[in-house]
Ligand binder design. Structure first.
Ligand SMILES: Cc1cc2nc3c(=O)[nH]c(=O)nc-3n(C[C@H](O)[C@H](O)[C@H](O)COP(=O)(O)O)c2cc1C
Length: 238
């Protein structure tokens, strides 16, 4: 059993709460895993060229190319992204857009695989969690759990955070806030969040070791996707 664990944060490892949480989930699965950080990678968004329609292989050549087979071969996913401007950050969005190459006809390399989503924000995690879940659903991947945590806005590090009037520190804490090591947010300081990541990892490991039924899971995801679109279980489309 091999898991692909992806941190979509573009920030360096030391500062990234997404990477820390993704790692925590992966380490606790008890399974073999590949940890991929998108920091420093150049991954273009999907061009919609349909060059992948024949063979399910994206024709764009960049840092996604060597990851294509890892995505196809993984038994499960841990997908982490962070909140940039109230949506999923662009690096992770581009990375997931390129999964379009797997979506043609009855190609089912991803169908029914279990996934955990990891969402990090400065103040809000829900928009990211929702988008990650939606990406999974479109690929008939079954989200079995989600982990959410809060990280430090860049304003905690930029050097101007205490005086800048447009930054996150002023918006959240107001005038006069003094940045210290102690009040700089990081998921590793949040014991409940790290514990949730640890338990989620253990559960994902159990799901895989207990023999996850991919076709049943794919059918369940497909049904909930179709239900969202207004189809009923007895309709022909299912
Ligand atoms: C360009 C940018 C925009 C951001 N916009 C938001 C936002 O709209 N809402 C929010 O909750 N956090 C926002 N943040 C804060 C990040 O979500 C936070 O820094 C998070 O910890 C980033 O994940 P990381 O620690 O894994 O790099 C933003 C950060 C950046 C750099």
């Amino acid at each position: 059993m091999k898991i692909l664990a992806v941190s979509g944060s573009p920030r360096i490892e030391k500062r990234s709460s997404t990477l820390k949480l993704v790692k925590m989930v992966a380490e606790n699965t008890g399974c073999e895993y590949d940890l991929v950080s998108l920091a420093g990678k150049k991954i273009h968004g999907c061009m919609g060229c349909m060059g992948c329609a024949d063979d399910n292989i994206c024709k764009l050549k960049d840092d996604l190319t060597p990851l294509r087979d890892k995505i196809a071969e993984a038994d499960a996913y841990i997908l982490g992204g962070c909140n940039f401007f109230s949506t999923l950050n662009a690096s992770m969005h581009s990375f997931l857009e390129r999964w379009y190459q797997f979506r043609h006809r009855e190609q089912n390399e991803l169908w029914g695989k279990p996934a955990v989503t990891v969402s990090v924000g400065g103040v809000q995690t829900e928009p990211v969690a929702k988008i990650l879940e939606q990406f999974c659903m479109y690929n008939f991947i079954q989200v079995v759990d989600r982990v959410e945590g809060f990280g430090a806005a860049g304003c905690f590090y930029c050097g101007y955070g205490e005086t800048c009037k447009v930054g996150a520190i002023h918006a959240v804490h107001g005038d006069g806030f003094k940045i210290t090591e102690d009040n700089t947010p990081c998921v590793s300081k949040d014991a409940a969040c790290m514990e949730k990541a640890c338990q989620t990892g253990k559960n994902l490991g159990k799901i895989l070791k207990n023999g996850h039924d991919r076709s049943k899971a794919a059918q369940e995801v497909r049904e909930s996707l179709m239900a969202r679109r207004g189809f009923k279980k007895e309709d022909k489309a299912l």
